[in-house]
Ligand binder design. Structure first.
Ligand SMILES: *Cc1c(COP(=O)(O)O)cnc(C)c1O
Length: 457
């Protein structure tokens, strides 16, 4: 009896097989060689353990396995997906698409050199992000601004620079976890500041803060509960009252507003989300917010406030470690320009998607159902709700219309949609697979409908 492993083709013979050539074109020769070696190793192992029955070793079966390995690798690579979940700020799907101008700004600095830290007027070294900081001041009413890598870094920097070795007073109702492991008490510990909790989970009064202030107090800190809501018996002093108390004791009042809204969400049929200018107006000394939530820009952490505090953050060694990269800076600048020009509601994708009306969404959903019917796919238009998502406006949703597919295995269909090219991310609603047009761009419609038709077949 011959060892069945000796009947396996070698790597080179497989790489020359006609069926493998398209894989090489698509993935590259080295990648396909590695996948082929992995499949052959696995097949040899299976033959050694389980005999011939356990392993396929004709060429076609091996090529199919190689294609499977490559497809699995491909799915792990960063790539565009179609977001048909209706969740507008979807952290797992990249939070926020950029406006056309912001996309152009990113590719502009990617293509060649830029005046990132160079003053063209003086021909000398300049500060990174100066133009963006000027816009942030103009838009928020703050005297100074600093941008860093993300809001989590901004909070860590702020606590390290202003409160290390001292105490930070915060309400028990705000000891939050944002997601991705960002917990206020743990960040506080990292920064070297001591947390002083006051009040209770649901009720904290100004007097509770006042009683906790002492010689070691460095700041009063307030964090926005971005991703959950307290309902019922609840009380908390507003930013203005906390700022007044802090100032009476010569302390800064710092506000982590999270989503960083610069437009009023109430104009979009949502509850009012605290805006950055409101915090500044109410007397907060330092306000921290995210660039890629309701602001609708790239990943960034924005810090605005009084010049003395912001400058001490800028000089802190952590500021260098947390500095923003040039692509995000370019995208942030172009996004902020939309706000300066008063065109953010039309130009910034997050606001455009939030502003889609139920009538427009129903019309789109109806078109999709007709286009799917023409491809032999049965579906219905149903009223539903789209979530805002992304640590902004917890539990808040907007009326939408979804396309619900007629299919008896929605979970299997959802998995097949994820395997498509481009992958489509959907959700299950009342045991049916639902596609929400709110988060799908016009230019994605053809690919979406083709992907759905292919997955249903
Ligand atoms: C989202 C959020 C953060 C973290 O922001 P990133 O930009 O994602 O780092 C911090 N604080 C609050 C209150 C948030 O909502």
């Amino acid at each position: 009896m011959t060892d069945p492993r000796r009947r396996l083709p070698g790597v080179h013979r497989l790489l020359d097989a006609p069926a493998v050539q398209p894989l090489i074109t698509q993935h590259g020769r080295r990648t396909v060689t590695a996948a082929t070696q992995a499949v052959l190793d696995e097949t040899r192992r299976a033959l050694a353990e389980g005999g011939e029955a356990a392993a396929a070793f004709d060429e076609a079966a091996l090529v199919a396995q190689i294609a499977g390995v490559l497809a699995a690798e491909q799915r792990r690579a960063l790539q565009p997906v179609i977001n048909a979940t209706g969740v507008v700020i979807h952290t797992n799907l990249g939070r926020t698409p950029l406006s056309a101008a912001a996309q152009a700004a990113v590719s502009m600095v990617a293509r060649g050199y830029s005046n990132l830290e160079y003053r063209l007027d003086a021909g000398q070294r300049g500060g990174r992000g100066e133009a963006v900081e000027t816009m942030l001041c103009e838009l928020t009413g703050a005297a100074a601004a600093l941008v860093v890598n993300n809001a989590a870094a901004a909070v860590l920097l702020m606590l390290s620079a202003l409160a290390k070795g001292g105490e930070v007073v915060i309400s028990r109702g705000q000891l939050i976890e944002i997601g991705g492991g960002f917990r206020i008490p743990e960040v506080m510990a990292q920064s070297g500041a001591r947390l002083v909790e006051v009040g209770t989970t649901n009720r904290t009064r100004t007097g509770d803060y006042e009683a906790a202030l002492g010689a070691d107090t460095r700041m009063i800190f307030a964090a926005h509960r971005s991703n959950f809501r307290i309902v019922g018996f609840h009380e908390e002093p507003d930013v203005g009252a906390l700022a007044e108390l802090a100032h009476a004791h010569g302390l800064p009042m710092v506000h982590d507003v999270g989503s960083g809204a610069l437009l009023d969400t109430a104009a979009f049929g949502l509850p009012h989300e605290p805006t950055v200018p409101e915090s500044i107006e109410a007397g907060a000394d330092v306000v921290v917010f995210s660039g890629d939530k309701l602001l609708g820009g790239p990943q960034a952490g924005c810090i605005v406030g009084r010049a003395a505090w912001v400058e001490s953050l800028r000089r802190h060694p952590l500021a260098r470690a947390a500095r923003i990269d040039k692509y995000c800076l370019a995208g942030l600048g172009a996004t902020l320009k939309h706000y300066v020009e008063g065109e953010a509601a039309e130009k910034v994708p997050v606001w455009r998607l939030l502003g889609r009306t139920p009538e427009a969404l129903e019309a789109t959903a109806t078109q999709w159902v007709e286009a799917l019917a023409a491809r032999g796919v049965g579906a219905d238009v149903l009223p539903a709700r789209s979530m805002v998502g992304g640590g902004s406006l917890p539990e808040e949703s907007l009326p939408t219309f979804v396309v619900a597919l007629r299919h008896d295995r929605p979970d299997a269909l959802m998995a097949r949609l994820r395997e498509g090219q481009p992958p489509v991310i959907a959700r299950i609603l009342d045991d049916r697979l639902a596609l929400d047009p709110r988060t799908v761009f016009d230019w994605q419609t053809g690919a979406l409908l083709d992907g759905v038709a292919a997955a249903v077949k």
